[in-house]
Design a protein around this ligand. Structure first.
Ligand SMILES: C[S@@+](CC[C@H](N)C(=O)[O-])C[C@H]1O[C@@H](n2cnc3c(N)ncnc32)[C@H](O)[C@@H]1O
Length: 212
């Protein structure tokens, strides 16, 4: 980890380096840009990356959208694993995602990337609903956002969509209730991997009879 001050942004930047699925990934966090929780690489994001690594997940040919990208670590890995990836977050976070995308994704793959503002509950209808994969790590921590997050997930979940959500179910407020109660009311949700208190859920459209 190193900490630098970049005069282009007149703020402190903190860098962390990872090796993910055989790819060196350098993530810069815009500390001092008042991005709050967005300027950290959170445990559930890393756990989701390590899950893709362990399962040798290949996103080639898949249309992927990531919600709440933050630093972009998960979406960037999905690009490096072949996906056609739209990374989203609140508008003030997009510069950080772009910085990391440019640092890690070769020019030859950038045509498979997009960075867009998406505020849950407000913006999802501006996006098509034909994504194969939805990614979300450490999105479940603020109960006031749960219903907006669910509306957004519902928009993106079609018959064939697979959503990989990774949450800290112990230390994030309301997370256990979200995953045990709220999410299963609307979706089929299966716990597929655990690392410490971070859990990866595979979430798909609810089919009639699922609840019995
Ligand atoms: C705890 S951070 C996780 C960042 C990243 N996914 C990770 O795992 O490191 C949560 C992210 O969700 C975004 N977020 C929270 N509420 C949101 C909302 N209502 N609409 C859009 N993004 C939101 C935040 O801006 C932040 O980047």
């Amino acid at each position: 980890m190193s900490s630098i001050v970049d005069s282009r942004f007149s703020m402190e930047l903190e860098e962390k380096e990872y090796e993910l699925c055989g790819h060196p990934v350098k993530i810069t966090m815009f500390k001092g840009a008042s991005l709050g929780v967005s300027s950290y690489v959170w445990g559930p994001g890393l756990v989701l990356c390590r899950y893709f690594e362990a399962e040798k997940i290949d996103f080639t040919g898949k249309k992927v959208i990531e919600l709440g990208s933050g630093t972009g670590i998960v979406g960037i890995l999905a690009v490096l694993l072949g996906g056609d990836v739209t990374m989203t977050d609140r508008s003030d976070v997009l510069k950080q995602i772009e910085y990391n995308l440019i640092a890690n994704v070769p020019l030859s793959s950038r045509h498979r990337t997009k960075i867009r503002a998406l505020e849950w509950g407000n913006d999802q209808h501006k996006f098509p609903a034909d994504f194969d994969i939805v990614l979300g790590s450490d999105l479940v921590y603020s109960p006031s956002q749960f219903s907006k997050l669910l509306q957004t997930l519902l928009h993106f979940c079609n018959d064939n969509t697979i959503m990989y959500l990774c949450s800290d179910v112990k230390y994030r407020e309301g997370s256990a209730r979200f995953h045990d109660k709220l999410l299963p009311e609307k979706f089929s949700s299966e716990l597929i991997h655990t690392s410490g208190s971070s859990c990866v859920f595979k979430v798909t459209k609810k089919v009639p009879g699922d609840e019995y």
